[in-house]
Design a protein around this ligand. Structure first.
Ligand SMILES: NC(=O)c1ccc[n+]([C@@H]2O[C@H](COP(=O)([O-])OP(=O)(O)OC[C@H]3O[C@@H](n4cnc5c(N)ncnc54)[C@H](O)[C@@H]3O)[C@@H](O)[C@H]2O)c1
Length: 255
């Protein structure tokens, strides 16, 4: 923990109500950043606020759905008006897909999962990039998944959304490198979070196909084990790391 690592920096963290997003907001604040977190869940915001206040951390929390461009623009514009800059964008908000396989996935699940997991980071990035380009600096960290690197970890929609997020990350990394903007993606394996709400298996057949991969899982990480990586990628220490796909899965996908 380096309490001055992000001193003077302004960070936006999506999905800050629970899990990896909450841990990321907490870590960035403890490391000196001005942090603005957003979440779609009022309960998540209330419980994260309680935790931050108890820890004496100043993290502003706002209700915003990453699938709502108006809400995203309001969030980003508000941050720019109040703080004048955005140095770090951590796109953490994400949902699972009930492990539905390709022949069983319904349109609503497919569209919602792609909208939150892929178009969400796109909307935040699109809104934040102009100010980052103007200030000639900025670090965007997307949260992908091992499900973005292999086909046997999740359902069809989640797998597709996280694979696409890797491509999107590389596109942004390459396109804006001369503007001083870096973009990387972290791919966790299992993490102890609240994501179970969209991870109740709805397909016996689908789960059976994933069984061999799930059986080889190397255990569950704590959210802060992912947050520390996000913080490092967002920091100047990672100045030459751009377009990287950083796996944090305890070795699961190495086997
Ligand atoms: N937990 C795991 O095992 C695991 C593994 C790999 C990747 N991930 C990824 O990590 C990220 C964080 O997930 P988590 O495990 O911390 O889950 P989580 O459910 O604990 O946290 C996700 C947060 O995102 C919020 N959210 C969901 N939809 C949103 C929306 N439309 N707009 C704004 N906020 C929204 C939720 O309310 C929640 O607070 C996700 O992108 C997920 O895909 C998680």
């Amino acid at each position: 923990m380096d309490e001055t690592r992000h001193a003077g920096r302004v960070a936006i963290v999506t999905g800050a109500g629970y899990g990896i997003g909450r841990a990321t907001a907490s870590r960035l604040a403890r490391e000196g950043a001005v942090v603005i977190g957003c979440d779609v869940s009022d309960e998540g915001i209330a419980s994260a606020r309680e935790e931050f206040e108890a820890a004496g951390l100043s993290v502003a929390l706002e209700q915003a759905d990453v699938t709502d461009q108006v809400a995203v623009d309001r969030l980003v514009q508000g941050v720019l008006e109040r703080h004048g800059r955005i140095d770090i964008l951590a796109n953490v908000a994400g949902i699972m897909d009930w492990f539905l396989p390709a022949h069983e996935v319904d349109d609503a699940t497919w569209n919602r999962v792609l909208d939150v997991n892929l178009a969400g980071p796109m909307r935040l990035t699109r809104a934040a990039l102009p100010s980052m380009m103007e200030q000639k600096s900025g670090s965007i960290v997307n949260v992908g998944s091992v499900g973005g690197l292999r086909g046997g970890a999740a359902g069809a929609a989640y797998t597709a959304s996280k694979h696409a997020l890797v491509g999107y990350t590389r596109s942004v990394a390459w396109t804006y490198h001369a503007d001083g903007v870096r973009c990387n993606v972290v791919c966790p394996g299992g993490v102890e979070t609240n994501i179970g709400t969209t991870a109740q298996p709805r397909s016996q057949w689908g789960m059976a196909q994933l069984g061999p991969i799930h059986a080889s899982a190397t255990g569950m990480a704590k959210p802060d084990e992912i947050a520390t990586l996000i913080s490092w990628l967002a920091s100047g220490e990672a100045s030459n790391v751009n377009g990287a796909v950083v796996v944090a899965d305890g070795g699961w996908s190495a086997g």
